[in-house]
Every structure is written in structure tokens, then in C-alpha cells.
Design a protein around this ligand. Sequence first.
Ligand SMILES: NC(=O)c1cnc(OC2CCCC2)nc1N
Length: 324
Amino acid sequence: MADQPLTLAEATEKAKELRTQLNHYSHEYYVEDKPTVEDYVYDRLYKELLDIETNYPDLITADSPTQRVGGKILQGFEKVTHDIQMFSLNDGFSKEDIFDFDERVQKLAGKQVGYCCELKIDGLAISLKYENGKFVQGATRGDGTLGENITENLKTVKSIPLELKKPISVEVRGECYMPKQSFVNLNKEREEAGQDVFANPRNAAAGSLRQLDTRMVAKRNLNTFLYTVADFGPMTAQTQFDALNELSEIGLRTNPEKKLCATIEDVWAYIEEYHEKRTDLPYEIDGIVIKVNDFTIQDELGFTVKAPRWAIAISFRQKKLKRL
Ligand SMILES: NC(=O)c1cnc(OC2CCCC2)nc1N
């Protein structure tokens, strides 16, 4: 016999249960890349929730997985002022530049310091604001002070949680990027449709986030890695390495290839390692970012107008950098 239609009370309870289950499975799949259920299990539960929301539209919540598909046509992007400037990075082009950086840092810090090394994801820098755990604003870097409000577009990026694992208010920053395979598939589609193709995944990600039709963005399979805590709220990390782990603990996606290096020689080994490995990665990187690990020392070193003194990027895309 066909299921009896749910009462409002039953539907409310069931929708809440389904949202929790679906958001958990989605976190495993999109944030941890470790799904524990087959797609058909997810799809069946999703359909059940969609049916309930269709019958009881008032039960639709902002963090419902059904809201990820987009459906808004924006008129444009409002401007957003970054209370905390989004800095860029000084570039290094050779082993000598990296060792000179280490010398400067040690001189300023008055001691040998440890470094947190990260892959330099080739995407678009974004800022995410959460209030009491809820995703409230997403923005582009812009010129570092003035960016664009792309909240509605970022809501369709499945690895950006609409709700954190803890009800905290923080601002975090990272990179939004298009995986290599998605880039290949997109360009194939565009070519078949007689459209211009994108030159590289970074341009494809930027072009996708500029879409005013959020349904288009939802189809572009964008992804993220977060790497900066701008407003810590109650977060307690005292080093960059711990901050990356803390970002992951509250439900944000971070890059697993990070490494804590005690000496600049270890940093150089990491750079050479990923210069080799980069073609095997499912996303593009344009270099490595080296950061003084200890936040107290970062604060001592401070910033120039554009960039921190406690970090340097070595780019793999340098004419001069024939080989490392
Ligand atoms: N593209 C990246 O993967 C990346 C970029 N920037 C930073 O750190 C900058 C941010 C502001 C000061 C240091 N880290 C990264 N991993």
C-alpha cells in the first residue's frame, strides 16, 4: 500500500533526520574524500527529503542539501570590505631566494624557526564568514580590501559546509579551484557546444564563480582548500600547522600534503618532492608556500604593504626557474 502521507509533525522530524544524515554523508564525500555509503543510498535519502520539502515548503532550511543546486539569477555582485586585509605573497624563484628568505627570517626572529609548507593551489582566493556555525558570507579577494560578495555561488560548492561542526563565529580563507578532470570535461562540453574553452583550471574556476546563474555554478564541480584563519573566534591554534588541523576539525576542507619542516633544507626537499609529484595531483598547483609556523613569530615579523614577511611562495611557473 502506498505510504500514508506524513503529518506535519512527522514530516518535520523526518526532514531534520534526513538533513543530518545527508549532510554527514556529504561531508564524508566532499570534505574528507572518504564516502562510507554508495551514491544510490545518498540519492534515495535526498529524494525522500525533496519529496517532503515539496509537500511542506516551509520545512526547507538554509542548510538543507537541496539548496546546493542553486536556483537564483543574481543581478550582480555586491562589494564586500575585508575587515582584515587579504594579503598576497612575496615570490621566490630559486633555491638561493628560499635560503635568503630563511636567513632574513632567522635574523629578524633572532633564532632558528620552523616552517609549515603547503602546496600553492592554483585557484581563486576566497574568504568565508561563519556566524554561530552558519555560513553567512563568501567573498573574493578582490584587491585585498574590497572583494565581491559571491555567497550564493559558494553555497553550491559542496565542500563548503553550510554549517560548521561547532556553532562558532570565525572568518577563514582559502582557495576555490576546479579539479583537473572537471576542467577537461568542461572544456570538452564547451568545445562541442561551439563555445570558447578556458585556458586553464584557474580561469575556469574564476569564470564559474563570476556566473550570475547559480545553477550554472552548481554544475562546475568546484572545490576548496582552506588555509588561513582570519578571525579566530574561539579557535586556539598557536601555529599554522595546528590551525590547518583545527580548520579540518570544525568541518572545513584542508590540503593533506602540508609538512612541518624544522630547517630550510627540509623545506627545499619538500619543494623538490612536489615539483616532481605535481603532475600526479588531481588539482593544479603553481608552487609551494612556506610559512613561519609559530604565530608569535609571525606577529613579530609582521607585514609589508602587500605581503607577510613570514611567508614566501616559490613558483613552479617561472621562465627563470628552468629547473629547481
Ligand atoms: N594558493 C594557496 O594555496 C595559498 C595562498 N596563500 C597562502 O597563504 C597566504 C595568505 C595570506 C598570507 C599567506 N597559503 C596558501 N596555501
